[in-house]
Structures are given as structure tokens and as C-alpha cells.
Design a protein around this ligand. Structure first.
Ligand code: NAD
Ligand code: SER
Length: 331
């Protein structure tokens, strides 16, 4: 476990979100519950299983103080406003996405913390990027505030590595699908919501149209990639902006067909909204050969395997949302 010190702790900011819920769980299994501090701007969850801090990622001093007080050696900063929510308040999205990253970069630069993970996204690509097998390095003209903030963030990560030696590592996640976390305002979130509707025996109205093929990944693969990137020796990390990462690509009708194979009564209709334009600006598939060559990335889940496991996990945990809860969340 290169540089994952046995003394000191890991700080996960934005820990209550979709990725954070799974990442904290996985990090605690791997390094011990007391070694992983979950932090978020929201109050502690009722059934937490380890140390928790209420922390605003926009408060640089608080971030530095947390690192000093808890002897943090590695920060994962997941706090952000996602693509669809970002378009509803671009100024807020820019502020949160950029300032929280700058605060973490400065924290690692000026404290004993040694390593930072910050997620980028396929949203760094735009309508002028190659649509299929989008390369690691290519034209990037994102047209959402979310994509612009991720692109700028990538430049800052590379800058801090080159100029100050900050060991920052990043992945351009595809749309992530998880049974543990709840969707947080993304364009790819239809591929999470669809499972909850299917299991409740309800029809699903998809906000993207037939044929909208996007890069996607099952959360266990995303967590595996994240930990593997963070544990890799620094000499293997040749890209200090962010790595393309690919698991699978599918359109709404393809995930629908897979679910329907297992739940034959499930029905889906299509009513595209403003998120269609966002999805249309993103790639259909991603070339992630750099991640495979540099630090040995290899996905585990195909679309059919992911659908079987999602349905099993949600059924086992009874975790599919009650309708009232979901309605509240989308307001
Ligand atoms: P999410 O919206 O589910 O979670 C974000 C978390 O950050 C929330 O718990 C929220 O309370 C917290 N947060 C917001 N503002 C904060 C602040 N000021 N201080 C502290 N915490 C704050 O998002 P997610 O899906 O878990 O995504 C996490 C990261 O991964 C983001 O950077 C996102 O851009 C990136 N990403 C996600 C996906 C995806 O499909 N989910 C894909 C690509 C990249
Ligand atoms: N899955 C994210 C979103 O839809 C992309 O980063 O916003």
C-alpha cells in the first residue's frame, strides 16, 4: 500500500454523497473504521460506522485544521454540484466546484497531508470532442458549467503537481450506478432511478431519449479504480490532470431491456427534458488505454452483470426509495 501510512488518517469530504457512501465503506473495510474520517456539509447520519466531521469544503481553514488535528495523510475531495443541478445555478456550481478543490490543493501544499484525490468527469468533453472512443487527450470544449469547472480543475491539479509537487490524482468518472448512495443531481442519474421504479413495480419515465448512449460504470468498479489509482506508486502516474476511465456504454433502451429481462412487467416511457442537451454534448464511449497501461485498470462488470447485482443488492437491503422520499429529493 504505497504511501497509505499506517499512522494517520484519511479524510473523505463530500462523504454522504453517492460516491462517498461507497468509498467510505470500502476505505473503512480496507484500512479500519477509525482510520477514515467521513466529512460533509450535512449533519452526521443516524447510523454512522466511524468518525464523522461536519465540514464545509469552502472553509479552507477548517479543512487545514481537520488535517492537522486528525493527522490526515490523504484527502478525497468529492464535494461538488453535478451537471444537471449546476445548470440551475451556474454561479453556485462554479463557486463550490472550484473553491473546494483549491482549498484541498492548498491544504495538501501547506500541511503534512501527502496525497489528494479529486474526481473529474466525462463532462470535460463537449460537442466538438470525438464522440466515440474519446481519447485521453483531444479537443475539450465543454458547454456546461459543471464540465467547465471540471476542465479548469484538471488544469489546476496538473499545475499544483508541476509547480508545488502536490501528489494529486484524478479520474474522469463516467456516469456511476450505485445501490448504496442516492443520486445527486446528475444527467446520468436516470440509470440509478430506473432500478428504484422497477423494484417498486412502477413504470419509469426516462428524461433522456432513445439512443442516448453514454459511458457508465457500476460503483464497485469505480471504487476499485479509485483505490487502485491512490495506492499506485507515484512513478506509475504519468497523467496529473485526470485519467479517462471506461466500464460500459449504453443507451436508456438497453438498460431497460436488461431490467425487463428480469422483471418482465416493467415499462418505460421517454420524456426528454433539459438534461438531453447535456447528454448530447458528452461522449458515447471512452478510450481509457492510458489508465490500463499506467496503473493496470481493468473493469469487472458488464451491463448484464451490473443489472443482476443492482437488483439483488437493492432487494436484499430493501434499499429502493419510497416514492414520497424520492419526490422530496427531486424538488
Ligand atoms: P453527490 O452530489 O451525490 O455528493 C456530493 C456530496 O458533497 C454531498 O453529500 C454534499 O452534501 C456534499 N457537499 C456539497 N457541498 C459541500 C460543501 N461545501 N462542503 C462539504 N460537502 C459538500 O455527488 P457524487 O455523485 O457522490 O459525486 C462526487 C464527485 O464525483 C463529484 O466531484 C462529482 O462531480 C464526481 N463525479 C460523479 C459522477 C457520478 O456519476 N456520480 C460522475 C463523474 C464525476
Ligand atoms: N454523472 C455525472 C453527471 O451526470 C457526470 O459527472 O452529472
Amino acid at each position: 500500500m504505497d504511501n497509505q501510512s499506517s499512522t494517520g488518517t484519511i479524510l473523505v469530504i463530500g462523504a454522504l454523497g453517492q460516491i462517498g457512501s461507497d468509498l467510505v465503506h470500502a476505505l473503512r473495510l480496507r484500512y479500519g473504521s477509525d482510520k477514515v474520517i467521513a466529512a460533509d456539509i450535512r449533519p452526521a447520519p443516524a447510523h454512522g460506522s466511524g468518525p464523522y466531521l461536519m465540514l464545509d469544503a469552502l472553509d479552507r481553514e477548517a479543512q487545514m485544521e481537520a488535517v492537522r488535528q486528525h493527522k490526515v495523510h490523504t484527502i478525497y475531495n468529492l464535494a461538488a454540484i453535478l451537471s444537471a443541478k449546476g445548470e440551475q445555478d451556474p454561479q453556485m456550481a462554479w463557486k463550490i466546484n472550484m473553491e473546494s478543490l483549491m482549498n484541498s490543493l492548498e491544504t495538501v501544499r501547506h500541511t503534512e497531508a501527502q496525497r489528494l484525490f479529486w474526481p473529474s468527469s466525462i463532462a470535460v468533453f463537449g460537442p466538438t470532442s470525438p464522440k466515440e472512443n474519446t481519447p485521453q487527450r483531444t479537443v475539450m470544449e465543454p458547454n456546461t458549467v459543471y464540465g467547465i469547472s471540471k476542465q479548469a480543475g484538471e488544469r489546476w491539479c496538473e499545475y499544483y503537481f508541476e509547480k508545488y509537487g502536490v501528489d494529486v490524482r484524478s479520474i474522469r468518472y463516467p456516469g456511476l450506478i450505485s445501490y448504496r448512495g442516492k443520486p445527486g443531481g446528475g444527467t446520468t442519474d436516470y440509470a440509478v432511478d430506473i432500478f428504484h421504479h422497477a423494484l417498486r413495480g412502477e413504470a419509469y419515465r426516462c428524461f433522456l431519449q432513445v439512443g442516448t448512449r453514454l459511458p457508465m460504470m457500476y460503483m464497485p468498479d469505480a471504487i476499485k479504480a479509485t483505490i487502485s489509482l491512490m495506492e499506485a506508486p507515484g512513478t506509475l502516474i504519468k497523467n496529473r490532470s485526470s485519467y479517462n476511465l471506461s466500464g460500459m456504454s449504453f443507451a436508456p433502451e438497453e438498460i431497460y431491456a436488461e431490467i425487463k429481462r428480469l422483471l418482465p412487467d416493467f415499462e418505460m416511457t421517454y420524456l426528454p427534458d433539459f438534461r438531453q442537451k447535456i447528454a448530447d454534448s458528452w461522449p458515447g464511449s471512452i478510450d481509457d488505454s492510458a489508465a490500463r497501461e499506467d496503473w493496470g485498470w481493468q473493469e469487472s462488470y458488464s451491463l448484464p452483470e451490473m443489472v443482476v447485482d443492482m437488483l439483488d443488492q437493492l432487494k436484499q437491503n430493501g434499499a429502493y426509495l419510497a416514492p414520497a422520499l424520492e419526490e422530496k429529493r427531486s424538488r
